[in-house]
Design a protein around this ligand. Structure first.
Ligand SMILES: [Ca+2]
Ligand SMILES: [Ca+2]
Ligand SMILES: [Ca+2]
Ligand SMILES: [Ca+2]
Length: 249
């Protein structure tokens, strides 16, 4: 009996180690999305690292390094992302074309923390926010079966600025309206959900870094994704690999 208990305890410990949870405090003062980190609320939030290699080679700190803070209010999630990237690169002007091979910030949101496949549906969202602040995800497939890359700029407010002093950092500030899995591109007036204390979401953040190559050089995220057949680039397919985000007072 004691051995069974030991085994069960060991399993529970293993599970709790792999299911990490992020916490976000509520912002009780307005956060102005302007690429400036001087809002009073940001002082209350803790920096979270962006240091898990998902794809490509591991970058040096001046090639890419980053960290982020997250907060919320009744209407939006707020992100403050501090990025060091030696070369900002946006080779494709069309935000829907090969956007993952341009520098971009990728924000994964699963409104009800359901997990599961979201590649061609909106069970969860994988917003790719480009340097021109446009947000793209894969929508429902086109009638002919081809991929349908859709702009979701209504969901996101995004502003970034570079600091004027060395080492030069980008301060990227964003606000997200959160949509549930009933969202479709055909909806006339989709309504974001209200956020509240105790709500759990699926969440992950990553940066695609390219400094002039044909394809992205590094893809680095906030979450230690467990590889399947050696592949960690799973976030755009399944929300199972996201972290849990808990909204606190
Ligand atoms: Ca601000
Ligand atoms: Ca770089
Ligand atoms: Ca979901
Ligand atoms: Ca870059």
């Amino acid at each position: 009996m004691l051995n069974y208990l030991k085994i069960i305890t060991a399993i529970l410990l293993t599970v709790s180690i792999h299911v990490s949870a992020l916490e976000a405090l509520k912002s009780h003062k307005e956060i102005i999305v302007d690429g400036l980190a001087n809002d009073v609320s940001w002082q209350l939030a803790t920096w979270q690292p962006i240091d898990n290699l998902i794809l490509g080679t591991k970058p040096d700190a001046d090639d890419f390094s980053g960290q982020f803070k997250i907060m919320w209010d009744d209407e939006q999630l707020y992100l403050l992302v501090e990025i060091t990237d030696d070369i900002l690169f946006d080779q494709h002007a069309d935000p829907r074309y090969l956007y993952w091979d341009d520098d971009c910030l990728e924000i994964f949101i699963d409104e009800d923390a359901s997990g599961g496949n979201h590649q061609f549906n909106f069970n969860a969202f994988a917003y790719h926010v480009a340097l021109d602040n446009q947000a793209v995800d894969i929508g429902e497939k086109n009638a002919d079966g081809s991929d349908n890359f859709v702009l979701l700029n209504d969901h996101v407010t995004s502003v970034w600025k570079r600091s004027e002093t060395a080492p030069q950092k980008m301060i990227w500030e964003l606000a997200f309206r959160v949509y549930d899995d009933s969202f479709t591109m055909q909806m006339k007036k989709p309504q974001p959900v209200n956020l509240f204390e105790g709500k759990k979401l699926g969440f992950m953040l990553a940066y695609c870094d390219n400094d002039g190559s044909k394809e992205r050089e590094h893809f680095i995220g906030s979450t230690d994704i467990r590889a399947i057949n050696g592949d960690k680039n799973l976030g755009y397919i399944t929300a199972d690999v996201f972290d849990k985000l808990i909204l606190l007072r």
